[in-house]
Design a protein around this ligand. Structure first.
Ligand code: ADP
Ligand code: MG
Length: 632
């Protein structure tokens, strides 16, 4: 509890003590004798006004803010809010002499509000924990002295120093020192990663025991930490359909209840034997019950809690709407390279038409500027020190390979499709694996056979998805059919489509989307290399956070911080539970309210029941919503 909440709590307790003291004195008739024949009996009319005046004290102290708020809102145009409903209901209760009920309604309303405040704060806290990854400073050497500067002021390419135990403030490359990095804040799992000179490190990790000199590669606003924080901050603004439903519902529901309440107060006494004060009493009950706070607060809170629970496991969900979509997903489409497989290829064989070094050298020169996983492995395999200045232009041909101008000569490195398209006659590779054919000035130089390995535990991850009820698991790849089939077989994929260009992938996903049953959603998971458009097109786009490209993380609706595919099953479970809790709250709150509203209209319910239907239900719904934060 915050200080303010504690103050509010103590205030409410004090008021409750005063109120119940008066209530006990009234109901037990303790003052009866004094009023009838004793000292007090001499005061004129005291039997009538003593208790109303006594009740007015806690009422005024409790309702003051509500009355002022309602009055202010009256002039701002939004009349029909909870404060307004409470204000007219309680003032009317006093007017017809139901004073204790008027105070009780106000008292419990304040308790409900305090509770709401507490619950919202709690769920914010779980997201704030994530904010802890935000670095406060970076150590930069200025004039031979170490200074702490704002990470936002550090320019790209600056040498920063990260001391043991400090947060890494910016993304960069280690130049000096070795250390273990704790990535828990980013991935939800405390796995230490060893880094040494030449390794890339990302902001938000905690440095272990070594001193690191890091050359920054990105400005703060582009750094991993800044991106994540942005995602989290935006998450709450994307509303789920159920949430939107509630907002709309409240818009019509509240005015409707006010009209019905007015009708009850005016028509019942006119049309039936019921007294005017009884009509007003029923109207008051109606107004108290009508407060939609149980729904208005508990439904977004459920989603907020669910998003928080997911982020603690290293799954970033960009909005409640994606939670709802994920809960309804029955088809998951995967990209192969980098998503199901490591995306780190090892060169297995080089077949030169003439000189072996030529093949590797030209391939590495072509791939020099590409960030495709294949490019990195080819560059790694080339031992010769290459001068990339000879490459005057390089063009990525998605799904095919690369084209580069080297010393004025047009060279290609890529798959068979690329060679055929450019009329290069090749000697095809017969072995299984991904093949990079290399050519220069229309002359075939040779091929490089590389192999990628399937990520560890991928079979289990796919099994888990089937187990949570995903009906169709599809794999799309730009790679050759035989490799695609082999991978799919090994890990248990239901459907495979291979040799797809990026545009084919979009078309395929569209085709699958068209085939979806009504209401069922399709999710796509990819690393973003050649598939960011698909991530955008699908109902839910899932990107790999640490391996994935920035474009993918931007385009995605859900980001898996540690690239762990098995987390998709986790998020589905969290999403379903969140949705169940939110839906239950809607049915429960509306159900109880409707029952009490009907009872109130026919004169069976009293004010106390109305207070329960309002505040009691709100508190129960909020408690239920808070369960989402603790989803296992
Ligand atoms: P996936 O769909 O499995 O993620 P991509 O769409 O990224 O694969 O690539 C499909 C195919 O295109 C690769 O298997 C490879 O043959 C070829 N390719 C793409 N980019 C490159 C590159 N930079 N160098 C060589 N080959 C490439
Ligand atoms: Mg890929």
């Amino acid at each position: 509890m915050t200080k303010k909440q504690k103050k509010e709590r103590n205030y409410i307790i004090t008021m409750a003590v005063i109120f119940f003291a008066i209530l006990i004195v009234e109901k037990t008739g303790l003052l009866e004798q004094a009023l009838q024949t004793g000292v007090l009996s001499t005061v004129p009319g005291i039997q009538r006004w003593l208790f109303p005046v006594l009740y007015l004290i806690p009422y005024a102290l409790l309702a003051w803010e509500i009355l002022v708020g309602a009055f202010k809102n009256l002039f701002k145009g939004h009349v029909l809010d909870e404060d307004f409903l409470m204000a007219i209901a309680t003032v009317a209760a006093f007017a017809i002499g139901e004073c204790s009920e008027g105070v009780a309604a106000t008292l419990f309303f304040r308790i409900g509000e305090l509770f709401e405040d507490y619950a919202v704060n709690r769920s914010r806290q779980s997201i704030k924990d994530l904010m802890e990854i935000a670095p406060e400073y970076a150590n930069v050497e200025v004039d031979g002295e170490l200074q702490q500067v704002d990470p936002e002021d550090v320019e790209v390419g600056t040498l920063i120093i990260v001391k043991p135990g400090e947060k890494v403030p910016l993304d960069g490359i280690v130049e000096q020192g070795t250390s273990l990095l704790d990535t828990a804040a980013l991935t939800g799992e405390s796995v230490d990663r060893m880094v040494m000179p030449g390794d890339e490190i990302i902001s938000g990790c905690i440095n272990g025991n070594g001193l690191l000199h890091v050359r920054t590669t990105k400005g703060f606003e582009d750094s991993t930490v800044a991106k994540i924080l942005e995602l989290v901050e935006d998450a709450s603004s994307q509303k789920a359909p159920v949430e939107n439903f509630i907002t709309k519902f409240a818009k019509y529901y509240t005015p409707l209840v006010v009209i019905v309440a007015l009708a009850l107060a005016i028509i019942t006494p006119l049309a039936t034997e019921v007294a005017v004060s009884e009509g007003i009493r029923r109207a008051c009950i109606f107004l108290v019950v009508s407060c939609p706070c149980a729904l208005v607060i508990s439904v977004p809170l459920s989603f907020f809690g669910g998003i928080g629970a997911a982020s603690r496991r290293g799954i970033l969900v960009k909005g409640s709407n994606f939670m709802e979509a994920m809960a309804k997903t029955d088809t998951i489409v995967f990209d192969k390279t980098g998503t199901l497989t490591e995306g780190s290829f090892a060169v297995k064989a080089v077949w030169p038409k003439e000189k072996e070094e030529e093949v590797l050298k030209y391939a590495a020169l072509c791939e020099g500027f590409s960030n495709h996983p294949i490019a990195a492995s080819v560059s790694r395999a080339c031992v010769e020190h290459l001068n990339l200045d000879v490459v005057s232009s390089q063009e990525e041909l998605p799904g095919r390979g690369v084209k580069a101008i080297i010393n004025g000569k047009t060279c290609f490195a890529g798959n068979e499709k690329l060679m055929v398209e450019n009329g290069i006659r090749i000697t095809p590779c017969q072995e299984t694996g991904t093949v990079v054919y290399v050519s220069c000035e229309s002359e075939f130089l040779g091929w490089i056979l590389i192999a990628d390995s399937i990520k560890a535990d991928m079979k289990d991850s796919i099994e888990r998805l089937h187990a949570v009820g995903i009906k169709n698991i599809v794999m799309l790849t730009g790679d050759r059919e035989e490799i695609a089939e082999a991978v799919a077989d090994e890990i248990g994929i239901d459907q495979v489509y291979s040799e797809l260009l990026p545009a084919d992938k979009v078309a395929k996903v569209q085709e699958l989307l068209d085939k979806q049953a009504a209401g069922a959603k399709l999710a796509f998971a990819g690393d973003g290399i050649n598939d960011a458009p698909v991530i955008m097109r699908s109902d839910v786009g899932i990107a790999m956070g640490s391996m994935g490209s920035d474009a993918a993380i931007e385009a995605a609706d859900i980001v898996l911080m540690d690239d762990d595919i098995s987390k998709i099953a986790t998020i589905i479970k969290i999403a379903r539970k969140t949705l169940r809790i939110a839906n239950f709250n809607i049915v429960f709150a509306i159900g109880v309210k409707v029952v009490v509203l009907i009872l109130g209209a026919v004169g069976i319910a009293n004010m106390w029941l109305a207070i329960f239907a309002d505040v009691g239900v709100a508190i129960l719904a909020i408690l239920n919503a808070m369960r989402t934060m603790r989803i296992k």
